[in-house]
Design a protein around this ligand. Structure first.
Ligand code: SF4
Length: 180
């Protein structure tokens, strides 16, 4: 009985998402948006395809401004997107990262950040004036769903490296830690 009921719900969900996808595609609504905020990064991985970080830093003035990126987020929301990804380089090296992140979250987007993990949390909070930090911690705690870190480890069985994913789910305990 339970199995049959749960199977029924799965079928309902599956029908719903199939119908949802069909409608979204028919209306040509872009559900996902993403932007490479910068090519700068705080690390210098040997496998990085972005190239020489010193050269990249010399061109930082060519990056989009905070206002331009906010306008882009407005356009993405207007177009119907639900998900938005900030990537880089490491998007957190931008001083306005926290501002852009909270802007996108407040616009109702489910935000994903591709970063190397080094600057998470304290770096985001520190860029705000001390009087605003409690509010920013609270916004981040409410907005974050998970932190996924990909690390490359040296193989012990043969030459080369292999990727490992570390996934921190934003449970109530994690959200409380961020708030504190
Ligand atoms: S963390 Fe990513 S962007 Fe940064 S240097 Fe390494 S591969 Fe490149």
């Amino acid at each position: 009985m339970t199995v049959s009921s749960s199977t029924h719900h799965r079928q309902d969900d599956s029908d719903y998402f199939a119908d949802f996808t069909r409608r979204v595609m028919a209306a040509r609504i872009p559900l996902d948006g993403s932007i490479e905020l910068t090519h700068r990064c705080n690390l210098r991985c040997v496998h990085c395809y972005l190239g020489d970080q010193d050269a990249i830093r010399k061109h930082r003035h060519e990056e989009m401004s905070t206002k331009q990126i906010m306008a882009l987020i407005d356009e993405v929301v207007e177009a119907g997107a639900l998900n938005f990804t900030f990537s880089g380089g490491d998007p957190m090296v931008r001083k306005d990262f926290a501002e852009l992140f909270t802007y996108a979250v407040k616009k109702g987007l489910l935000v994903t950040v591709f970063c190397d993990g080094v600057l998470i949390s304290d770096r985001i909070i520190e860029v705000f004036p001390s009087g605003e930090q409690a509010q920013i911690r609270s916004t981040l705690a409410d907005g974050i769903r998970a932190v996924i870190a990909q690390v490359l480890f040296k193989r012990v069985d043969k030459k080369g490296r292999c990727a490992a994913l570390e996934i921190l789910i934003a449970t109530p305990a994690v959200r409380n830690l961020i708030r504190e």
